[in-house]
Design a protein around this ligand. Sequence first.
Ligand SMILES: Nc1ncnc2c1ncn2[C@@H]1O[C@H](COP(=O)(O)OP(=O)(O)OP(=O)(O)O)[C@@H](O)[C@H]1O
Length: 264
Amino acid sequence: MMSIIDLQDVSWRRQNETILSDINWCVKKGEHWAVLGLNGSGKTSLLNIVTGYSWPTSGQVRILDQLFGKIDIRELRKSIGWVSSSLQARIKENERAEDIVVSGKYASIGLAYEEPSEADFEKAFRIMEQMHCSHLTGRNYQTCSQGERQKLLIARGLMASPDLLLLDEPTSGLDFIAREELLSTIQDLIKQDDAPTIIFVTHHIEEIMPEFSRSLLLRDGTVFAKGASKDVLTADKLSQFFDMWVNVEWHRHRPWVSLDERML
Ligand SMILES: Nc1ncnc2c1ncn2[C@@H]1O[C@H](COP(=O)(O)OP(=O)(O)OP(=O)(O)O)[C@@H](O)[C@H]1O
């Protein structure tokens, strides 16, 4: 496979507003990217383009080597796992944990008419083990904590063995411990031989683990910076990005950002 994501001069306009402007972004197999941007910078809009839920006003979209416009997007979507808060909101409260996971095979949310096989459930249980959430088997979704729910949704996203996994703010609403636990589970996932390419959207720079060796900074619908995380996540660049003086300290290969004393 040549490229996982290849966007060329992609713009997306709505009414008279330009929401994404001239985005050029190439993600190769084996790379895992962090996507960073303030509220309203266009992160979700960008993911909608990647999954074919939005159509660019101009530019070219190639996902998993397939040129949009020439392929059946619904087929392609089976190779893309997507975890977002809008997905979370669509899960029924009384859905069983393992049914949520297995439903990822059908790109449905929970089970209605689908009849998964024994082997499907075996696969679901394997993935739940990998995501450290097999203890949730038999539990209702409503009884699961926010951290457990996120793990189930990631497990669901892995059920169809995707080539690309989009994690849109997977740590939102998690306490400090649950967050670190989820991050380390994602780290373990990346280390597997058959791991999908992961795009990790976050507001929190310190969540960018060393496995996310590349970062894309989005500001006002444009690419502010992209490339090796070490080069992009510097005090200089981030101060320009936030339009605020900030410091960056690296602890255990993760960047921690704080306001510079000039701002206090
Ligand atoms: N369908 C739409 N029609 C009109 N404007 C839209 C549409 N979708 C998004 N926008 C606007 O585009 C801008 C980018 O929104 P988007 O949701 O992509 O940002 P985001 O970076 O994901 O933000 P957040 O971090 O708050 O989730 C916002 O100003 C939003 O209001």
